[in-house]
Design a binder for this molecule. Structure first.
Ligand code: FAD
Ligand code: SF4
Length: 399
């Protein structure tokens, strides 16, 4: 089933939001169940009813071509480029391409509101989804809140506000549920601006990650797993700290990621019109995937604000991925000197550009496949999309 029946909608309005989470421990707290759209959860939830192929047909008029190597990995697309804002937005996660597109769409009257995520007054990492109606409100939502965020909890407000043209910014699980209820929202036009997402955590998990990884967890204002195989932390005083991926305390961090993210195969946000991330671009650049004409229209709005270059691909990830599978499984952590050395070597000879993105997809899909197989074997067949099965099938997995 690609979306929900409209005749159920009237019944849905009568329902009050509840704290029920039918996906149980796999719930990513996408926010749908905080609204009366919870009525559709069994069809819409990304962790109950995996339907990426059908929703690709709905959103892009076709599902991905599994025999095209780039579509197999990156989903339906017309074009991919690497880009940077000529004048980056201070305090954005990267250069602020996401915020700039949203602001442009609002200023030009293409949309009346933008679903995005600010943070609470008390906690810079605690997400607070809003429908922004001014550029200032969009700017205040810049930078990642690297925690599970209930973006869809504002869905009811859309209908109540009478808005007809909307932009939603979100990660894959949020966007899958959004696409499934899209026809029920009463909109004339929905634009979807997605980011890739992987290894998300709840707020307590984030604290554990910061405390096990950073020299000064309380002053971190921003962090990213970058293309140079290092985590880059930015601190309140403007200083930067880097920690090599291979030096992460895998044994302590194994349980930190949310079970939803350990069982997710939509790293690249397959159902967004336009995706803005970094992992398929050279170090320091953002990676843009235009999935359909709506996505092209959105990107065109900011093209004159961007430096761009074609995507590139270098190196061979396969051996590194194969070796990392048992190492991760056993929770191997290298001493810091060895991790730093390995980081330097892999940065020089390792995968770059699209090959780095494939490295990251392969590593996460193999790990997640094993997680689902061991923890939810009854879900394995239907929950893992065909494209992910093909990707995982390239590797030898432990039992
Ligand atoms: P900005 O202009 O700073 O805007 C950031 C936008 O993100 C804001 O509009 C805000 O509403 C939204 N946002 C913030 N937190 C959340 C959240 N928790 N859930 C949903 N939306 C949120 N890219 C990759 O290439 N590989 C990855 O592995 C990857 N992991 C990510 C994990 C998370 C949890 C998030 C939120 C993003 C991730 N990204 C990843 C995307 C990347 O980090 C940048 O967000 C993206 O490149 C946009 O940068 P920007 O400077 O243009 O964004
Ligand atoms: Fe509901 Fe979203 Fe959780 Fe699924 S992931 S149970 S739709 S809140």
């Amino acid at each position: 089933m690609t979306s929900v029946d409209s005749n159920k909608h009237k019944k849905a309005r009568a329902l009050k939001p509840t704290s029920r989470r039918p996906a149980k421990e796999l719930c990513s707290e996408c926010g749908l169940c905080d609204t009366y759209y919870i009525h559709y959860v069994k069809e819409a939830c990304a962790f109950i009813n995996q339907q990426i192929g059908e929703l690709e047909e709905q959103a892009h008029k076709r599902s991905r071509n599994l025999d095209n190597p780039d579509e197999l990995y990156f989903g339906v697309h017309q074009n991919m480029i690497a880009a940077q804002k000529q004048q980056p937005i201070a305090g954005a996660q990267w250069t602020g391409i996401v915020s700039s597109i949203a602001i442009e769409m609002l200023n030009r009257g293409l949309v009346e509101g933008v679903v995005c995520v600010q943070n609470t007054k008390e906690d810079r990492f605690q997400p607070m989804p809003i429908i922004a109606r001014t550029p200032e409100e969009i700017l205040a939502a810049r930078v990642n809140k690297p925690t599970l965020s209930p973006n869809l909890s504002v869905l009811e407000q859309i209908e109540k506000s009478g808005m007809k043209r909307l932009l939603v910014i979100g990660v894959g699980c949020q966007i899958q549920a959004l696409r499934a209820v899209e026809k029920q929202l009463g909109l004339e036009k929905l634009y979807v601006l997605g980011t890739p997402c992987v290894d998300n955590v709840n707020r307590a998990g984030l604290q554990k990650f910061l405390e096990t990884t950073s020299r000064s967890p309380e002053t971190v204002v921003h962090y990213e797993f970058m293309q140079d195989f290092r985590v880059h932390f930015k601190h309140e005083d403007g200083s930067t700290e880097t920690v090599p991926f291979f030096g992460l305390k895998t044994n302590q961090l194994k349980d930190v990621f949310a079970p939803s993210c350990m069982s997710c195969f939509d790293y690249v946000n397959s159902l967004a019109d336009l995706v803005v991330g970094y992992m398929g671009a050279p170090f320091g650049w953002q990676w843009i995937v235009v999935r359909n004409n709506t996505g092209k229209e959105m990107l065109d709005l900011v093209k004159d604000q961007l430096n761009t270059q074609p995507v590139m691909s270098k190196g061979n990830r396969k051996e590194a991925v194969q070796q990392s599978i048992p190492a991760y499984d056993k929770g191997v952590t290298l001493p810091m000197w060895a991790a730093k050395l390995m980081g330097v070597v892999i940065e020089r000879i390792g995968p770059k550009g699209l090959e780095y993105a494939r490295f990251s997809i392969d590593s996460h899909f193999t790990r997640n496949y094993l997680y689902v197989k061991r923890n939810h074997p009854e879900k394995l067949e239907a929950h893992v999309p065909e494209f992910a099965k093909r990707i995982v099938g390239q590797y030898k997995l432990p039992e």
